[in-house]
Design a protein around this ligand. Sequence first.
Ligand code: AMP
Length: 429
Amino acid sequence: MKILVIGSGGREHALVWKLAQSPHVTQMWCAPGNAGIAQERLAKNGAAVECVNIGAEDLAKLLEFAQEKKADFTVVGPDNPLALGIVNLFQNYGLKIWGVNRKAAQFEASKVFSQKFMEKYGIPTAAAGTFSDVVAAKKFCATLGGKCVVKADGLALGKGVLICMNQAEAEKAVDEIMVSKAFGVAGANVVVQEFLEGVEVSLHALCDGTTAKIFPTSQDHKRALDGDLGLNTGGMGTYSPTPFLTEAQLAETARAVLEPFMRGCVAEGIDYRGLLYPGVMLTQNGPKILEFNARFGDPETQVYLTRLENDLVELLDASASGTLAKHELKWKPEASVCVIMASGGYPGNYPKGKVITGLEAADKLPGTKVFHAGTALKDGQIVTNGGRVLGVTALGKDLKKAQAAAYAAVECIRFEGAHFRRDIAAKAF
Ligand code: AMP
């Protein structure tokens, strides 16, 4: 089987790494990939994974490439090509592809759509309103005492969510999004949610249109600095499992969310095949969904795929084909921890091209895998090429051991300005 993977981050390196272990795969490309992805080899025949210089949003070129190379299966990592309809496009040309179609991608591309869907189908969520009118939005904020979260409707590079503690802040947030258009057209409409307190966890479920299979829990660390201080980022580290939901509570949450979700999709004519990643707040009144993402989380993918025992090609194929009910997801009992090493300055401005050393030594440590997020090959050396540079991931008998192993690997790696959090998974203890 010849597989094309689309994307270039830590999520895509983890996908490539896991897919490459499948005996079904004889050839693999990644567009555009990164320096770590280019080092991967297929288990079946030792062939190198080939990185192809086509951007993840260049749908026409990706289609041309997949046709020319006769790719049997394409796997899409990031949200943008999904929202642009890459799945519909490939399917129109008779190509097999994994990921959500354009209609299903709305769950991530429109927070208004998601909020209305959750309310219509009884999925537990925050008390909320959706607005296209500034005055009405502000009035609703006032009914929440100003303690609320104002969210731009559309894709805003993860930045269109403003947390407000009083009415003045809430009115400023509404103005910023709807009047000053800080996030462009993404802010033509807003969702205002009550501010929820609790522990936040990530859920993932693989879906095939009718069946949804829940993953174990994981937790991301969004803020740049230890103790959840500093700016919001794309994620500074993850671990799985979390101690915040028992197996029984996870099963109950899955039932309360996935059942109405899949039922609602069928009722609305949405063929949801791909990954569903709800952000969840565990509140005193039970779990509440904050938002839906329609793809694997990054860096959640790194901890999930190091724990997954199944053949990922078979699972994604079943998700695309509607035969997931026949599969049982199997997870290693070990815990997994991923520590992101970022460029100095991230999530603000940061330099690129810093030489990275110690990668081989880190990768040789037992149970350890260094996933590349923003790296490139320059004059025979691996250099930094993004904000998040590496996802240093390790398995351990328990979370403490996995955490120690991940940080031991981090200690092997050097690049100028390297910045990472020292408290990934600490909340679990
Ligand atoms: P979202 O993109 O909607 O998940 O929001 C980004 C982040 O904002 C989440 O990961 C939460 O930390 C926070 N957040 C979103 N909605 C709420 C809410 N209703 N209450 C408290 N925090 C929230």
